[in-house]
Design a protein around this ligand. Structure first.
Ligand SMILES: *Cc1c(COP(=O)(O)O)cnc(C)c1O
Length: 347
């Protein structure tokens, strides 16, 4: 039987209505600004083809990726002028490619500005570094002729500490406000997901939420409004009885104290369920019953305790709770990592 006809034993479900709800919520919380969408890293691991139609239908018009390779999959869903590439142009080939498809580069340095203009120029976005010291042109560089000659669509900056109560937020805000007069532009943008929750003065013309579209809650203010989008489930592919003193998995880290029924779940660290999940009190669930993870997580398998749901057997499905704030606590991963690490075997 060709492998593509055999049913998958692990599933990533993307809740379309929750995704649409989250975009609309973030758009509303953006006040007079409209919300765009960060769709880099394959929509934070959840899949461009799963997420883009929903985001477009909800009303999103402005999309952000990091790399040029991420552009073609987007163009089956939106027009090129709706897409910006955050890493900008690093070579004349990239500049030529950008111009031929009509996607805007986010210019991040005087060098990139020069490269873009000398290769033919055209509409671009401009990133100003207001303190994160990652990508972006310094405020003092905005007067440079290479910057002044750009055709800037969106002037933007990025917050370093929006998920915290930090004095850095207000400092970045005021520096960005000061920069607005220094370069002609059509639109302006500062806030990521957490930045939207900092208040309407952070909104400018356009916001760039990513994490919270996909269910992440970077600040408590968003907890009530943002819904879970991703859920992970997998089939039990074998059950067995073990006796007191028997161990489970690599390095025999779990040793049974009593007779127990265990199940082997078709999911592992190759799917992004890293070993940190097995070191705390994380559990799978079935109809509200917790099924504790036993021993070390393997590449393709996780063994669970079926004591709370003894009728479960081969072919039954169990769920790994993927509510991001809770899952981050259980797994030791950040909410961002929990999404982007999800593997490629899910059906
Ligand atoms: C990834 C990214 C975003 C989205 O940030 P979230 O914290 O996921 O909302 C916005 N702007 C830039 C420049 C980014 O790199």
């Amino acid at each position: 039987m060709p492998p593509e006809t055999s049913p998958p034993t692990l599933k990533l479900n993307v809740g379309r209505s929750a995704l649409a709800h989250n975009w609309r919520t973030l758009d509303r919380l953006s006040g007079s600004a409209r919300a765009g969408a960060a769709v880099k890293a394959n929509c934070y691991g959840l899949g461009v083809d799963r997420c883009m139609p929903t985001l477009v239908e909800a009303g999103a018009r402005d999309f952000y990726v990091a790399h040029w390779q991420e552009v073609p999959p987007l163009l089956t869903h939106v027009a090129p002028e709706q897409v910006s590439v955050l890493h900008g142009v690093l070579s004349t080939q990239e500049a030529a490619c950008a111009r031929s498809i009509g996607v805007r580069p986010v210019i991040n340095s005087v060098t990139q500005a020069k490269l873009w203009s000398e290769s033919g120029g055209g509409a671009c976005d401009l990133m100003i570094d207001t303190g994160i010291n990652r990508l972006g042109v310094a405020a003092e560089e905005l007067a440079a002729s290479e910057i002044q000659s750009l055709d800037v669509h969106t002037l933007m900056s990025h917050l370093a500490c929006a998920d915290e109560q930090s004095t850095m937020n207000a400092r970045q805000l005021s520096l960005f406000q000061e920069c607005l007069g220094a370069v002609a532009h059509k639109d302006s943008s500062l806030a990521n997901s957490a930045g939207i929750a900092l208040g309407p003065e952070y909104g400018f013309g356009l916001t760039r939420p990513g994490l919270s579209l996909y269910g992440g809650v970077p600040r408590e203010e968003l907890a009530q409004d943002i819904r879970q989008v991703a859920s992970v489930s997998a089939a039990i592919i074998q059950t067995r009885m073990i006796e007191p003193g028997e161990s489970v998995g690599y390095n025999a880290k779990f040793v049974a104290k009593r007779d127990m029924k265990v199940g082997v779940v078709s999911l592992g660290y190759a799917d992004g369920i890293l070993r940190g999940w097995g070191e705390g009190n994380a559990a799978f669930e079935h109809e509200g019953q917790a099924l504790a993870i036993l021993g070390k997580i393997s590449m393709d398998m996780i063994v669970v305790d079926l004591s709370n749901a003894p009728p479960l057997t081969e072919g039954d499905w169990v769920e790994l709770p993927y509510h991001l704030p809770n899952a981050a606590q259980k797994s030791g991963l950040s909410q961002y990592e929990l999404l982007t690490i999800l593997g490629h075997r899910f059906g």
